[in-house]
Design a protein around this ligand. Structure first.
Ligand code: CA2
Length: 144
């Protein structure tokens, strides 16, 4: 099984500011968690982070026929990007949405998730551990 983990804008800044919202763990802690999870679960994980909406759309399109599942945290594009929603729908690869913070208890503008409309599950408010949970969920329930 091969899973693509996609992260949107500013996720590479994790741990640098706003620890009260996003926790103290850094982006490199997240990368280490992904490597550990891949080794423990005997699966292949490819991760990619971009600050650019179109680049994320390109990556989703390129995943077609290559990846069995997608874990996606579109970050701020969660709440704005119909392009990312359409790309997820177009490739029709089982996808799980992850948010580090508990988006539901935050500002009104964070209450809509377009990407989430194309995902089989959403995990939020569990810090970077949410990515591990998403990978395990894809492994268990979302076989392509
Ligand atoms: O909770 C999440 O994972 C989010 O997707 C994170 C996004 C935010 O726009 C979403 O509403 C929820 C923000 C990404 C990280 O932004 C940072 C801001 C300050 C310091 C470090 C990272």
């Amino acid at each position: 099984m091969i899973i693509l983990v996609l992260n949107g804008p500013n996720i590479n800044m994790l741990g640098i500011r706003e620890p009260g919202v996003y926790g103290t763990e850094s982006f490199s802690d997240l990368l280490a968690l992904l490597e550990r999870t891949a080794a423990e679960e005997g699966i292949e994980i490819v991760q990619f982070q971009s600050n650019h909406e179109g680049v994320l759309v390109d990556k989703i399109q390129e995943a077609f026929g290559v990846f069995d599942g997608i874990v996606i945290n579109p970050a701020a594009y969660t709440h704005t990007s119909i392009a990312i929603l359409d790309a997820l729908k177009a490739v029709n690869i089982p996808a799980v949405e992850v948010h580090i913070s508990d988006v539901k208890s935050r500002e009104a503008f964070r209450q809509v998730s377009y990407a989430g409309m194309a995902c089989c599950k959403t995990i939020m408010g569990k810090g970077i551990e949410g990515y591990r949970e998403a990978i395990l969920y894809l492994k268990e329930y979302c076989h392509a």
